[in-house]
Design a binder for this molecule. Sequence first.
Ligand code: WQD
Length: 335
Amino acid sequence: MSRILVTGGLGFIGSHTVVELQSSGYNVVIIDNLSNSKIEVLDNIESITGKRPDYYNIDLKSKEKVQHFFQQQKIDGIIHFAASKAVGESVEQPLKYYENNITTLVYILQEMKKHQLTNFIFSSSCTVYGQADELPITEKAPIKPAESPYGNTKQIGEEIIKESCIADNLAAIALRYFNPIGAHNSAKIGELPLGVPQNLIPYVTQTAVGIRKELSVFGGDYPTQDGTAIRDYIHVVDLAKAHIAALERLLKNNNKTEFEVFNVGTGKGSSVLEVIQAFEKVSNTKLNYKIVERREGDITAAYADTNLANEELGWKAEKTIEEALASAWKWQMEQ
Ligand code: WQD
């Protein structure tokens, strides 16, 4: 069976993808430097799948260590999650983001070229679309100037990969994630935000258990049906499965061009107030929240047109936002 390298495989989306890979029969080797994850996740993956993935604590910023890894290991495909992802932090420390997200990408692609490896899946983001002119957003929507260094690393990352595909005989798929939420059904793996959560769902669940006093809803005056901003929240397990579909497309040479891009969302937009209502229903709690000023850099609405992924990858999000919120709540209660 194929052996797949998952960088950042102990992180939120990475760990769920490792579980789906193992469940589909793949052998997995993880590289993770624990910069935003915990080593216990390895045990938790093992307790879900019954199989411990190979694991290396390697910092991908070390070119020598990356070279050494690829000399030693036989790899059939790479799913590259390892990256920094805090939008606000990226504005304060842009160089950290270019080093963590771009330098490391270049090192990996160099090794792929050297060892004639071809199959590469990249974690991209719907953030590349900015506020799209048309909804739902198709892959043909123009890339807007990035709102943050983080967003810029995703745009530049896609370009680097595309150019390398053309020049170096690489085959790659970039998956543009909408808003991943939720946790594994077992509640053994989930999102582990460091410090005060920036994203909506961890803030909601932490407020509901009393770690945070009150949720601030950023903006009640957006031009939407209830005045709050709209996003496409996708269950992380559905998102993980999209990676398996993309990987299989490459392994079977079913890709139509050397570099392909797919939106990964549900196709359904939910406002912040709708999320709160759904959460209150599934958790049977009353959430303490207040509508405040808009958050700088936020857009009004984004949700995916998922037709391309449905048709080409044969993949579709299956879980509802209620299921995703219930799993996030179960995970929070376990913590
Ligand atoms: C969702 C909605 C907020 C927190 C960001 C990145 C994107 C991505 C996912 C990452 C918005 C509102 C939030 C709160 C709130 N990629 N909100 N109160 O901003 O859509 O996307 O995360 O790796 O690149 O930009 O996600 O979860 O922060 O916000 O009202 O305390 O919830 O304004 O409308 P966002 P989010």
